[in-house]
Design a protein around this ligand. Structure first.
Ligand SMILES: [Cu+2]
Length: 554
């Protein structure tokens, strides 16, 4: 896209966001779209949680959480009521993922600012690439969902139900027609159907499914503990510099080829299940999903029930907001990178941008404890200017230095489709592209792959799969330090299918820069490369792979 078009998009966006936000929001919106917000132009700074500013913010965060825990369940700002906003409305696996969570975090941040009395408060972020373990402070006081502050509400399901369900019922009965329409799309046509995903009960099977239980008892709210706070080796790989760089590389906000798309599938609405395969962009599919899953205990505590982070009540765990602050920070870096290289940072002007912007987000609660109402549209939250914040510098800023714009890194390569059999695919990748990939510096992967596999069934107990590249056939399990390991595909949230939902999901990821993974590389024009998908925990749930392809990123 040319400079002119990019300016056009910016102008259009300014117009859209002003029209939506109204004149009162003009200074913020203006600051947000005119350029990169900096520490001097934005009012609030979201600090790295480990920094001095981050630790100060955590103290206020803890105060705010305590205040929200103490509110009655009828109050929309009650801690658990706030988590149900996510439960009822969060989009995953579609292109509203980033913008919806930006709005959710933004209002939440204002609420904590108000309830903590700290008028400089901004949500700190957890940069898991630099620190692959839960920050120690998150195990203290009301920052710890396994602590005494949570006991009165979550010590068992009966207590939780008695506390929250009557208030939720009242809230449910007062929902607007528009809100109901959105819940219907999620399959929540009545409150009992929604509540089934809290308890894990399956009406069709007539019994509970442990891994679909979004509620977690206090003592099992997290798998990770203060004595054992570290992400395991595979989760660490999923948040590694290679993975995050690959996630920041796409040049399009949205592209039908997921390997070139910063965001996941385009769907009819943020609550609609994709009718085609769900496409997960790198950052949502790998770091985002895997961190959620591992904190909840996917793997070590299979088949569940898991801690809060694994399912849609994840905002019950205070770490949720630090995790998503980091996801939002990466979106901000990607946006600034696009501007830096004069690339579009939103969908093209016209229908596509309108489709994205005009989606109603109706469930947020403002800092005054009021429902956000029917005029809240996605377009209002596309800029960090809406909540007037910026981030201090964390991992990923180096993407600004390239090599994205360097001509030497560019290589033309046709899309290579693999021939698939069972859980295995064979691809003939141009040898020159492999050589460039192996020689590329700066932690950049020039070979992007995608794998399509069936969404795990509600009862399969297997929601994570390792990708193995170029391994001899007798290798069926790998450790994270294996030269063949290319990351772990993690399914997050509810596994049970929604009506009309596509049974497949596609995940995009970088191929490893390991010579062993391409050991057949020689003088021939093409090199045969085998890509396989195996259940991370072993066992019989080997997936039937639906498709594998590779493209050289540029
Ligand atoms: Cu999330």
């Amino acid at each position: 896209m040319t400079n002119t078009n990019s300016n056009l998009t910016r102008r259009h966006f300014l117009k859209t966001s002003l029209a939506i936000a109204g004149a009162a929001a003009l200074p913020q919106s203006f600051a947000g779209v005119q350029g990169t917000p900096t520490a001097s132009s934005a009012k609030f700074i979201r600090y790295n949680v480990m920094s001095e500013g981050g630790q100060r913010a955590l103290a206020s965060y803890a105060k705010g959480i305590k205040a929200m825990l103490n509110l009655p369940p009828e109050h929309p700002q009650n801690w658990f009521r706030n988590a149900f906003i996510h439960f009822m409305d969060c989009p995953h696996g579609n292109w509203w993922f980033y913008v919806w969570h930006r709005g959710y975090l933004g209002y939440f941040e204002q609420t904590i600012r108000k309830l903590s009395g700290d008028n400089t408060f901004a949500m700190p972020y957890w940069d898991w690439t630099s620190l692959p373990q839960i920050p120690d402070s998150m195990f203290i006081g009301s920052l710890n969902p396994m602590g005494a502050d949570f006991e009165p509400y979550t010590r068992n399901l009966a207590v939780f139900t008695a506390f929250i369900k009557p208030a939720l019922t009242k809230y449910w009965n007062n929902l607007s027609t528009a809100q109901r329409g959105q819940l219907n799309k999620r399959g929540y046509t009545d409150l009992d159907l929604l509540w089934n995903d809290v308890t894990g009960y399956s009406p069709s099977l007539e019994h509970g499914i442990a891994d679909n239980m979004a509620f977690a008892i206090t003592c099992a709210a997290r798998y990770l503990t203060r004595d054992n706070p570290k992400l395991d080796a595979k989760t660490s790989y999923n948040v590694s510099p290679e993975m995050v760089h690959a996630g920041l590389q796409p040049k399009f906000f949205y592209h039908d080829d997921i390997k070139q798309s910063f965001t996941s599938s385009k769907t009819d609405s943020h609550n609609s299940p994709p009718t085609k395969t769900t496409n997960f962009s790198v950052l949502e599919g790998f770091p985002h999903n895997k961190v959620h899953n591992f904190i909840g205990g996917v793997g070590p505590v299979d088949p569940g029930p898991y801690g809060n982070m694994t399912n849609n009540l994840s905002p019950v765990d205070p770490i949720f907001f630090l995790h998503h602050s980091n996801m939002d920070r990466l979106w901000d870096i990607w946006t600034r990178k696009q501007k830096h290289f004069n690339l579009p940072y939103l969908p093209p002007l016209g229908k596509e941008l309108d489709d994205l912007s005009n989606e109603p987000f109706l469930f947020y609660v403002t800092a005054n404890g009021e429902q956000v109402g029917n005029n809240s549209l996605a377009g209002e939250y596309l800029s960090t200017g809406r909540f007037d914040y910026t981030y201090d510098s964390g991992f990923g800023e180096d993407i600004m230095k390239g090599p994205i714009a360097e001509p030497t890194a560019k290589q033309a390569m046709p899309l290579v489709n693999g021939s698939v059999e069972g859980n295995s695919a064979l691809l003939a990748i141009p040898s020159a592209a492999i050589k460039n990939h192996l020689a590329a510096t700066g932690g950049v992967s020039l070979l992007m792959a995608e794998v399509t596999l069936p969404w795990p069934s509600a009862t399969s107990n297997t929601r994570e799969f390792d990708v193995i590249v170029g391994a001899p056939s007798e290798v069926t399990q790998v450790d994270a330090d294996s030269p063949y390991y290319a990351g772990t595909i993690a399914f997050f949230g509810k596994m049970a299918h929604m009506k009309d939902m596509s049974p497949n999901a596609t995940f995009s990821f970088p191929l490893p820069k390991s010579a062993k993974a391409f050991h057949l590389l020689g003088d021939a024009e093409n090199t045969p490369v085998n890509i396989r998908v195996v259940p991370t925990q072993g066992g019989k749930s080997t997936p039937t792979v639906k498709g594998v392809s590779v493209r050289a990123s540029d």
